[in-house]
Design a protein around this ligand. Structure first.
Ligand code: DGJ
Length: 462
């Protein structure tokens, strides 16, 4: 038998024209083809994977695959022949519709109060659903005011605290060409056990009403407040973007409190590392070191630097990252030892395309991985679902899943800006190679999934 087998193999080898090198090269070719195939976008493969493991994923596939039906309404009234000739690009038109408060699409971007999410009045089969873009009411029935915010999980009280800009005032323009603004009212704080039902804890850092020289005088700007807890000092530390009405002060402010619900004591503002600083965030690493990340050099680059041990100041260490990329609204998270960041472009209150970035060290270098938005339609994906990143929270007990928090700004009425919270997943191969070295990236793809309606799986939030 074995003699037969040997002779068959010998005959095959000698009879075939396939020499060993040819076999080896074909193998290498196959492997290369497989690698190229794996790098192509595979919505179907992803959908199939999600469908085959419904228990493993909590996103509703019917909604994931649904194409949002956005159509530009016909022009109202007469258009000048010149305007007809200069037809704007598709994207610009949708953004114009978004920015036009009398647009016929208004109800799609900013659904009516009748559609509000009211956790106190939900019917049982309708509970805990997020509806990105709808008005979201707190436990007293008032729209939540926590824009440009972030969430702190407080281990001591086992509560989530959501801090953000309390913008419940009239929108106006301080200068003819200036951005729309609302006077500073302060930083709002809301508490929750389940990330869905939020109790208003009040304004935990209030504006200064009379002293015009104060950083927080109501005529100035307070944006993107973020709070972290310092285990050593047992203090809650708030960092925020502090600016003048025309955004030339470009500084960060720091406030501190003994309790997550304040009151926060405002300490000082500064230009970190002597640099202009606009959109910013803070990130607390697993080893307790916290970092300030801010847009600088007129938003051309981001700066990253560790805070002092008490979190009240920056140290002298600072690295310039994503130089020349013009990114803002940074939101960071860490997964399996890799740092990830979502940013937006710089277009005032108007939405633009998000980008995901990754790095092995928080101080860089940071690589750019492209647009993380998945599902919906092209317009939604290219406008970050008509929203802008603000913060990212790991979803407890679901490794690899995160809550992506974004703001759908309403420049016609900033107090009516909406929240776009969506599930985000880190999994699969990154679809862009490293820019700065020829090797495969260690990181995975970041995907933010569009959903008209979704909820966290039972038991994952509390
Ligand atoms: C974009 C920033 O991300 C917001 O926080 C705000 O500063 C607006 N610009 C103002 O136009």
């Amino acid at each position: 038998m074995s003699g037969n087998y040997a002779s068959i193999v010998a005959r095959l080898m000698s009879g075939s024209r396939c020499s060993l090198p040819v076999v080896l090269w074909s193998l290498v070719g196959c492997l290369l083809m497989l690698r190229i195939y794996s790098l192509l976008p595979h919505k179907d493969a992803l959908s199939r994977e999600l469908q085959n493991h419904p228990g493993k994923h909590f996103v509703d596939l019917r909604e994931f695959e649904e194409e949002e039906n956005l159509r530009i309404p016909p022009p109202r009234g007469k258009r000048s022949p010149r305007a007809t000739k200069r037809r704007p690009k598709r994207m610009t038109t949708f953004i114009n519709e978004f920015l036009d408060d009398s647009s016929q699409l208004r109800h799609i971007f900013f659904p009516d109060i009748k559609m509000a999410i009211d956790p106190t009045k939900h019917k049982d089969n309708d509970s805990s659903y997020y509806y990105p873009g709808r008005i979201w009411l707190d436990t007293e029935g008032n729209p939540i005011q926590a824009h440009g915010g972030g969430i702190l999980y407080d281990k001591r009280s086992r509560m989530y605290y959501w801090y953000g800009e309390y913008k419940d005032g009239p929108t106006y323009h301080a200068h003819k060409k200036g951005a729309a603004r609302v006077d500073i009212i302060g930083v709002g704080c809301y508490s929750s056990k389940d990330l869905w039902k939020w109790k208003n804890e009040g304004v935990v850092l209030a504006a200064e009403k009379t002293n015009e020289t104060h950083d927080l005088h109501k005529s100035n700007v307070l944006e993107r407040p973020k709070v972290i807890y310092n285990e050593n000092t047992r203090k809650y530390v708030m960092w925020m973007h502090v600016d003048s009405a025309n955004y030339t002060k470009a500084s960060v402010g720091v406030a501190v409190s003994d309790s997550p619900t304040g009151p926060f004591n405002y300490l000082h503002s500064k230009r970190p590392h002597g640099c202009d600083s606009r959109d910013m965030t803070v990130f607390q690493d697993d080893d307790g070191v916290a970092y300030l990340v801010y847009s600088s050099d007129d938003n051309r680059e981001l700066h990253v630097g560790p805070l002092t041990e008490d979190y009240l100041d920056v140290t002298r260490v600072m690295r310039r990252v994503l130089v020349g990329w013009h990114r803002e609204a940074p939101a960071l998270f860490k997964h399996k030892g890799i740092y990830y960041m979502i940013t937006s472009g710089c277009s005032g209150w108007a939405p633009n395309e998000a980008m995901a970035h990754a790095a092995e060290s928080i101080l860089g270098p940071w690589a750019t991985m492209g647009n993380p938005c998945v599902g919906g339609n092209k317009i939604l994906r290219q406008t970050t679902f008509f929203a802008q990143s603000t913060s990212i929270l790991p979803i407890p007990r679901l490794p690899g899943y995160f809550l992506f928090m974004a703001d759908r700004w309403n420049p016609a009425n900033l107090s009516d800006s909406r929240y776009v919270w969506l599930p985000m997943r880190v999994a699969g191969l990154a679809d862009q190679p490293l820019e700065f070295e020829f090797r495969f990236p260690l990181w995975q793809r970041v995907s933010i999934y569009w959903h008209k309606r979704w909820r966290l799986p039972h038991g994952s939030s509390g």
